[in-house]
Design a protein around this ligand. Sequence first.
Ligand SMILES: Cc1ncc(COP(=O)(O)O)c(C=O)c1O
Length: 398
Amino acid sequence: MSHEVPKTSSDATIAARGGWVPEFVTRPSAPPIYMTTAFDLDDLSQLDSVASGREAGYIYTRDGNPNHEAFAADVAKLEGANAGIACASGMGALTAALLAMVKTGDHIVAARVLYGRTGQLINHLCSSFGVTVTYVDITDVAAIRAACTPKTQLALIESVSNPLVEVADIPAVVQALGSVPLLVDNTFATPSLLRPIDHGAQLVWHSASKYLNGHGDVMLGVMVGANALMRKIRGALSLYGMNSNPMESWLGSRGLRTLPLRMARVSETALTVAQDLEKQSAINRVFYPGLSSHATHALAKRLMPRGQGGMLAFDLKGGRNAVDALFRLLAETIPFSPTLADARTTLSYPAGTSHKFMTAAERAACGITDGLVRLSVGLEDANDLMKELGAALGRIAQ
Ligand SMILES: Cc1ncc(COP(=O)(O)O)c(C=O)c1O
């Protein structure tokens, strides 16, 4: 049944309904950004069929948006998972998973060494919601086995730890956990270098603000895994409002297109820089899994044969004062910036940023000293980086 639409020429109506071009077929060569709060629907039967999943479509951006979908689906494919969700930040992704999978009275197992805020969130869950946690040394499979109880719903580890870049033996951890699902933070490794799901993990999350985007200009998170688990986590995400926005997801998708190239490049440069740093007299010790001196070198070669990533750390002999001096000397070239995985190389100070929420004793137990510097190697020329770092470290050693 067709009916004639009455013509309108009132200013207010033209203005309020503006911004549209008449329908025409268009094939943009880059994906559009769906900057919209909601999606118009033809009628109530379409509402029912989209809401129930019988018809593809979207209703409200908190629950789903093509840009969220495109980004999360690509991360899922790269990680070897079959579903994913985009979130407001990495922490948002973790929160969604914890709220979906853990309730009062439940228990979780977590690696003793985790990004500081991850540990803080777990502790908050325990103190505010009556959940219990057992922190374990993940190299101790007997301790992991012993920590699991019938109430254990989830185990959390990082594939490559922040900041000492220790590679987790994911197959051994999975075996020790038995039926307890494993959630892996794969932010440092990315699926270009390591795919935890291939080794038996059920869920993978990222601070996509880091390598997945790779340009230091978004706040974005992502969680991927099997359909059934992801349905529950997606429900928590939209209920608690931890969704990403279309622009950030779009930027995440743009970053993904160069991920494999960037990860190969930073791995190569980081190894060269790490080998050079080992010769510097101002440094006690360099931590990089590609170095034969690193605690998890053999594991890194086995699980990350394509490269060991762009993150490294070093312990300065002069402690906090030496770190301060180094940051000042490098401010114009390799800035102190409390993030990682930018296109440019940056420095960070775990004891004062990512791990400041731990007590000094907890930091010491994890090997995070007052002289520890984290270096996120970017896309610059390796020789330039070595010259800049070498000159500054030489001044400090004097
Ligand atoms: C390893 C790791 N995981 C998770 C996060 C949290 O992600 P976001 O800052 O995107 O919330 C960070 C942040 O620095 C991180 O370094």
